[in-house]
Design a protein around this ligand. Structure first.
Ligand code: ADP
Ligand code: ZN
Length: 706
């Protein structure tokens, strides 16, 4: 073996050190052993097979169920100079032939294959003619019927061991539970394999759950604007209709929000998914149909506008945030309505057999309990998966601002009596009206204005009462008659409270969250640096568009962030940044270094040389197009220079942009209103149907008073 694993990690992938247990897994495979690897999402599973495949003779065959993913992974490897390819149904016949002949000629280190192709007689024959470094079975939980993504083709993968007993195999998954794990081992015949099981904690995800009475979408908007402006995220809603409403509404607020659910035409779903993967700052609003196979590393938040159906689902859906290890938010808002819907699901599953029903009920109660929790959420979540965390995490809402509780015994007694006195027939809204002593015909008609409970609850307002009822239901002191009309019933367990035998402590609702201003950018990037951050992202987007790959395939956010912090100016310094390998240094290094150098110059002199040069040519009477041609730049870049000059007061807007007064006023207004005081140009660009180039918009923005 001429190269060591560490050497490859550093020169090819640009990382300093292995994460546990990468090194052990790699050594074990290189020595010819089998492995089962369970690591949380974002833990770094891919390197566990990529590096051994490169170190061993022959090609590593990677089985992956997700066609969309293969493409990105292979692009990412190619960007690092690794000889990788994929074979699946998205390739044309001649493309597939070409890959097969590369395979025969031994020109590949890694080949990604869809499982259904792998097990065909023809492909297995081909494999017998070549040297194979290893088999990696990614998303190995697909072999299990217990899991959520069962794939029948996966069962047939046991054939690999039978046909190629000497080739090491590695099965990888992020799915937590024990049954699935046992299934993987049994079905793939991996009893002899070494097991590498990491914990499930995702420390960079901040868990936050808030109770919202009626305006969840406002809370969502505040959350996105305050903490994730311009960043990617997923918003989960329960129904298709709600998905569309929320997407429309966020769009009307100037965000880029796209709907995704099973009822939309396939083409549109595809398009929205592509935009989410390829563009910066896209928010997907989706039902749970969205997510499987989304391997995007820089999803900065996952928001739930309803309770997920189980803690497993919650863990999985929130797990799509922050795969790159940078801070990310799992944000959820729910209210009384959700609790009732959750209970309804419980009822719907009552067709099933008893055992099944018990499991379902347990799962629903677990998520309800989790949402109403007053202790550390991460401790509870991990405990649910049999994992243990000694100390409260310090990175969840209950840790960050401990929940206050209050003695609600008397108040609860009033609520329970009101249910009792009105005959256990009415829903929450009516009961609250009675408690508040509302003057309403309906109440008089039932004679409830003459009850002792009428008007005895004026110490709380409507929303406080809703919170009380929600908690009484969640604690099973009241049950909801779902088959009837949603009337509330007293449950057995409420007696003690009614008699005053136990004190009932309920959680105080928080006031709507204040902006914590912890968005990654707000957190880490000083105002002066944000222009460099934008420039680095711009450079990345430009390259990504040219190469037709998602931006993160060029560099991850974490890598750009480090560039921002260390501001390297030489190729050598750049190579020391995590995520920059030799190949990427060679291919993109100069572009990013140029951005950084320009930024440094600019902060020193106010205007850069390159800006100065464009400006001089412009003053000589050349237009933007000709300057671009002469300097071998893009017109947008030249506009960028002129915008800088405008902002520095070196040239009036009028000289650069010929536009009539009315249009100009329109655009200026759009910038202020739609573009959030000119911080974002895209909404304006789109509102004007692309009539004005981004460069022109940038110049107009530069002329706005700061
Ligand atoms: P998983 O498949 O387990 O979800 P990935 O293999 O996609 O995770 O890795 C997650 C992220 O961590 C990727 O951006 C990857 O490049 C990065 N990564 C993996 N191993 C290391 C390491 N040793 N040092 C730094 N970054 C790493
Ligand atoms: Zn915590």
């Amino acid at each position: 073996m001429s190269e060591s694993a560490l050497n490859l990690l550093q020169t090819v992938f640009g990382y300093d050190a292995f994460r546990p247990p990468q090194q052990e897994v790699i050594n074990h495979l290189v020595d010819g052993g089998d492995a089962v690897v369970l690591m949380p999402t974002g833990g770094g599973k891919s390197l566990c097979y990529q590096i051994p495949a490169m170190l061993r003779d022959g090609v590593g065959i990677i089985v992956s169920p997700l066609i969309a993913l293969m493409h990105d992974q292979v692009s990412a490897l190619q960007q690092n100079g690794v000889r990788a390819a994929f074979l699946n149904s998205s390739l044309a016949l001649d493309e597939a032939r070409q890959v097969e002949s590369q395979l025969r000629r031994g020109e590949l280190d890694l080949l990604y294959v869809a499982p259904e192709r792998l097990v065909t007689a023809g492909f297995l024959q081909l494999l017998e003619q070549i040297e194979i470094a290893l088999f990696a079975i990614d998303e190995a939980h697909c072999v299990s019927q217990w899991g959520h993504d069962f794939r029948p083709e996966y069962i047939q993968l046991s054939i690999l061991h039978e046909r190629f007993p000497q080739v090491p195999r590695i099965a990888l998954t992020a799915t937590a539970d024990e049954t699935t794990r046992q299934d993987i081992i049994a079905r793939l015949n991996l009893h002899q394999a070494e097991k590498y099981i990491s914990g499930f904690d995702r420390p960079n995800i901040r868990y936050r759950i808030s109770q919202v009475q009626n305006n969840a979408r406002e809370a969502l908007l505040r959350f996105i604007r305050n903490e994730h402006e311009g960043e990617c995220g997923i918003v989960y809603c329960l129904s298709r209709k709600r998905v569309e409403q929320i997407a429309d509404w966020l769009t009307s607020k100037g965000l880029t929000a796209l709907p995704y659910h099973a009822g939309l035409p396939g083409e549109m779903r595809q398009k929205h998914q592509m935009r989410f993967l390829q563009e910066d700052g896209v928010i997907i609003v989706a039902t749970i149909a969205f997510g499987m196979g989304i391997d995007k590393p820089d999803v900065r938040f996952v928001a739930h506008l309803n309770l997920p159906k189980s803690l497993e689902a919650y863990y999985q859906e929130t797990g799509r945030a922050g795969r790159d290890g940078l801070p990310a938010d799992a944000w959820m808002s729910y209210g009384l309505q959700d609790v009732i819907i959750t209970l309804r699901q419980m009822l719907e599953s009552s067709e099933a057999d008893e055992t099944h029903k018990r499991i379902e009920r347990f799962k629903l109660e677990s998520i309800l309990g989790f949402a109403e929790l007053t202790g550390c959420r991460r401790q509870a979540l991990l405990a649910y998966f049999g994992d243990h965390l000694d100390e409260p995490c310090g990175n969840c809402d209950t840790c960050l601002s401990p929940v206050e509780t209050w003695d609600a015994t008397e108040v609860a007694q009033k609520a329970l009596s009101c249910v009792h006195r009105t005959g256990q027939r009415f829903g929450v809204n009516y009961l609250i009206d009675v408690l508040l002593g509302k003057d309403m015909a309906r109440i008089r008609q039932f004679g409830h204005d003459r009850l002792s409970v009428y008007g005895i609850g004026k110490e709380l307002d409507n929303s406080q009462w809703r919170s009380v009822f929600r908690q009484l239901i969640a604690r099973n002191l009241l049950t909801v008659d779902i088959q009837g009309h949603g009337g509330l019933h007293l449950s057995e367990s409420c007696r003690e409270v009614l008699r005053g035998e136990t004190r009932l402590m309920l959680r105080k609702e928080r006031k709507p969250e204040k902006a914590t201003r912890r968005g990654r950018r707000d957190h880490n990037i000083a105002a002066t640096d944000s222009s460099l951050w934008e420039a680095l992202r711009e450079c990345r987007s430009t390259l990504a568009r040219e190469l037709d790959v998602p931006p993160y395939v060029i560099f991850h956010d974490a890598t750009l962030m480090e560039m921002l912090e260390r501001q390297p100016t030489t190729a050598e310094q750049l190579l020391r940044i995590s995520g920059v390998g030799e190949r990427k240094r060679d291919n993109y290094g100069e572009a990013f270094l140029e951005v950084i150098r320009r930024h440094i110059e600019q902060t020193e002199t106010g205007v850069t040389d390159t800006t100065e040069e464009s400006l001089q040519l412009f003053r000589l009477g050349m237009d933007v197009e000709s300057i671009a041609r002469q300097r071998d730049l893009k017109p947008t870049t030249v506009y960028g220079h002129l915008a800088q000059a405008i902002e520095a007061g070196k040239i009036p807007l009028r000289e650069v942009v010929a536009i009539d007064e009315k249009e100009l006023t329109l655009i200026e207004n759009l910038l202020l209103v739609l573009g959030d005081n000119g911080r974002r140009l895209k909404p304006i660009y789109e509102a004007l149907d692309g009539q004005y180039d981004y460069g022109v918009l940038r110049c107009i923005k530069a002329a706005l008073p700061q």
